[in-house]
Design a protein around this ligand. Sequence first.
Ligand code: HEM
Length: 495
Amino acid sequence: MWLLDYFSVPLPFIYLFLSLSIFWCIKYIFKSVKHLCSLPPGPFGFPIFGYYPFLKEHSYIQFDRLSKKYGPVFSLKLGQYDTIVVCDWDNLKDAFANDALLARPAKGFLSGIEETLSVIAMSGDAWREHRRLSLHVLRNVGLGKREMETLISEEIHQFLSSLETNVNDLPQHLMPSVSNNISALLFGRIFDYDDPDKMIIDQSVQGFSESFQFTGITSFLPWLTKPLIALGKANLKIISKTHKHLNNFITKEVLKHQNKANSKEIEDYIDGYLDAQSKRKDDLFNDMILRRNVISFFVAGSETVTSTLTWTLMYLVKYPQYQEKIRSEIQEVIGTEKRPDFSDRLRMPFTQAFLYEVQRIESVVAINLIRRASQDTKIGPYNVPKDSLVFFNFWSVHHEPKLWPNPDKFDPNRFLTDNGTKVIKPPYLVPFSAGKRACPGEGLANVELFLYTVGILQRFKIKSDKPLSFDAKFGLTRRPKYKPDLIFEKISSQY
Ligand code: HEM
């Protein structure tokens, strides 16, 4: 009070100030309680950090457990964000169809490390325009076309030859081979497996995938990213370093494209983007976004497929009887003289069922890339306030016992009709998500998964002389925690 006396503040002002403060506090508490009551139920967390300090590496399993307690759609605070988690098929179906849930977090996924958003992280009109342009260009240069399949088939041929000379060193060449397929679309060329620049970026993608988590600090506590990098927080340092490597490589590639003598011909994604950029009057398309888009497509297009294929090979070893069954389909439909064709899958139901079962049980993208509500909306009966973040827990849906009897059992037959002659893909198998923001690489990934699996089994018997661990590591994707020791025994020669 002496301070107020000193400044001789009149008493009525003090009363007014106190009344306004109390009024503001009551209004704030009332608003917060009303807001909390409007959200689906869920666990409490700490101020500022919310539930974030309790999140573990395999957050999708934690979310699955929380859904048993709070209901199939529940909420929790992560950092400053209200987050809604959808864990069952009925509500997920509803969410897929909701246009108010197409946005991504306003600051993207790498806040504090990279501020320019790529098509994967954009929202609203910018996302719509970039997605439309990206798909248009990629289709023009081969995505979804017969030529792309021929290119993949040729790449697999090189990969299998390298496997013959480097038998048992699968992981070393699988990633460079798979990433060559997306490289062909983005850069207009493929790389030798020992190309030093390409080796660095393949390793960077792997380092990035292991260290990055969509449920990590960069998404929920972005203001902590820079101080933690400065303090040497290991995984953030790796994310930042690998991101720089990727950026340097792509910058060089873009420069090469900009300096091309015959700049009129559109041979790849970079050409197509630069062409569209030059025709626009505004700056919606620019070099920074181009670089970010190329990195995003490169990472999304190689890591996911490599992880799925590695799981596939491991299940082929774990269940040799299924490996033989696929090989007998190969004998019947393709033989050993001809390269596999994607259309062969139509006569190979068991092979297709096996690939579906790997995608279900391992759910490489266990939780969706985070969405954001762009306006107040609902998922089923649950309120979703504007700007809440939304997780689709694919892991839960892929392990829901009502949909998949005995969900922890690996059983490709669940996708086959009773007589085993037809494969059926139920709508609730959603490894690529669904709706307007579903994965644009689904077609390419399916061609790769089929052709690599069949190509390998046509030429090699896969075994292991050690028990394989099926423990997973969850970063950008769910991948095997330990490099599997696989033996590739040659059974037929090159076509
Ligand atoms: C087995 C392989 C793959 C899986 C399981 C997978 C899964 C997914 C999932 C679940 C999403 C999130 C979609 C959403 O928000 O609803 C996604 C997005 C995306 N994927 Fe894939 N993907 C795979 C392969 C690929 C490939 C080969 C490419 C390259 C062409 C690719 C490019 C992308 C891009 C660019 C996005 C962001 C789309 C957007 O935000 O509009 N993916 N993927």
